[in-house]
Design a protein around this ligand. Structure first.
Ligand SMILES: [Fe+2]
Ligand SMILES: [Fe+2]
Length: 252
C-alpha cells in the first residue's frame, strides 16, 4: 500500500469535481483530519495505517467497474460523473477521528523472543512455548458520535452541498447492515435512488473481496494459475455437503 500515491490519486479524483466548498473540504481532510492515516476497520479489513484511504479508492474502483454492467450502465450514467467520485471517496468520512491506537496482549511463539524471556514468562500450550506480548491495535473511540452514513453526510455538508441522490447514497451505504427496523425505509430509499445499492455493493465488494487485514489481497501469477481466488476461498469446492457420498439404498 503506497499511501503517498493514494493521497495523490484521491486528491486528483476529487479535484475533477467542480463544487463550491470542495477545496475547503479537501483542506480539512488533509490538514485537520486523520483520514489519510486512519485504518478502515479495527480488524476486519485494512486494519492498518492508510487503510481508510485505500478502502475509499477501492470502493471508487468497484463502483466505476459497475459501468460495464448493462444493468447498472444507465443508472450510473444518470447519477453523473461527480456522484461516482464523491460517493465512494467520501462515504466513510465518518471514520475520521474514530479510531485510536491501543494495546492488547497477544501470544507470541517467536523462538528468539521465547528464548530471551525470563523463565517465569514462558508458558506452554498445544502450539508450543510462548510468551505474552503487548502489541498495538486499533480500537474505536468515536469522538463525534453521530451515526455512520449520516455522520459522513453531516461532515461533508459542513463544507459542501451534496445533491439528493449523493446524500441518500452516502447516508444508506451500509445497506442491510442497518438495524432491521430501518429496512423498510432503506428499501424505499433504494428504489427511489438506486445509487444507494450500487454504492453499497461496491463497498461490500471492496471490503470482502479485495481487502485483507493489512493490505489489498493480491495473487501471484502462480496462485492465480493454481486456481486460487483472491479472497483465499475455494469457490465452495471444498464444501462437505457437496462432496458427501449419497446414502446407500436410495438409487434412482
Ligand atoms: Fe461505511
Ligand atoms: Fe466503506
Amino acid at each position: 500500500m503506497n499511501t503517498q500515491e493514494n493521497v495523490k490519486r484521491f486528491e486528483e479524483l476529487l479535484n475533477q469535481v467542480e463544487r463550491e466548498g470542495l477545496a475547503q473540504l479537501l483542506e480539512y481532510i488533509r490538514e485537520k483530519s486523520d483520514f489519510y492515516t486512519a485504518p478502515a476497520s479495527t480488524r476486519f479489513h485494512l486494519s492498518t495505517e492508510g487503510g481508510l484511504l485505500q478502502h475509499s479508492l477501492n470502493v471508487y474502483d468497484c463502483l466505476q467497474a459497475k459501468k460495464e454492467n448493462s444493468t447498472w450502465a444507465c443508472i450510473l450514467e444518470d447519477a453523473g460523473k461527480d456522484a461516482l467520485i464523491l460517493c465512494p471517496l467520501l462515504h466513510d468520512l465518518c471514520k475520521t477521528h474514530f479510531y485510536k491506537i491501543d494495546f492488547k496482549n497477544q501470544k507470541t511463539y517467536d523462538p528468539e523472543k521465547v528464548k530471551a524471556a525470563e523463565r517465569w514468562q514462558v508458558k506452554k500450550d498445544n502450539a508450543g512455548a510462548f510468551i505474552w506480548e503487548s502489541v498495538p491495535c486499533y480500537t474505536v473511540d468515536d469522538r463525534v458520535p453521530y451515526g455512520h452514513g449520516e455522520k459522513s453526510v453531516m461532515m461533508i455538508e459542513q463544507f459542501m452541498r451534496l445533491t439528493g441522490p449523493e446524500r441518500f447514497a452516502i447516508r444508506w451505504h451500509m445497506g442491510f447492515s442497518e438495524p432491521k427496523e430501518l429496512h423498510l425505509q432503506l428499501t424505499q430509499a433504494m428504489s427511489k435512488y438506486p445509487l444507494i445499492l450500487a454504492l453499497h455493493e461496491a463497498d461490500q465488494e471492496a471490503s470482502t473481496l479485495l481487502e485483507g487485514e493489512k493490505g489489498n489481497k493480491v495473487l501471484t501469477k502462480a496462485q492465480a494459475d493454481a486456481g486460487e481466488k483472491p479472497w483465499g476461498g475455494d469457490g465452495g469446492s471444498g464444501c462437505d455437503f457437496q462432496e458427501a457420498e449419497p446414502l446407500g439404498g436410495a438409487e434412482d
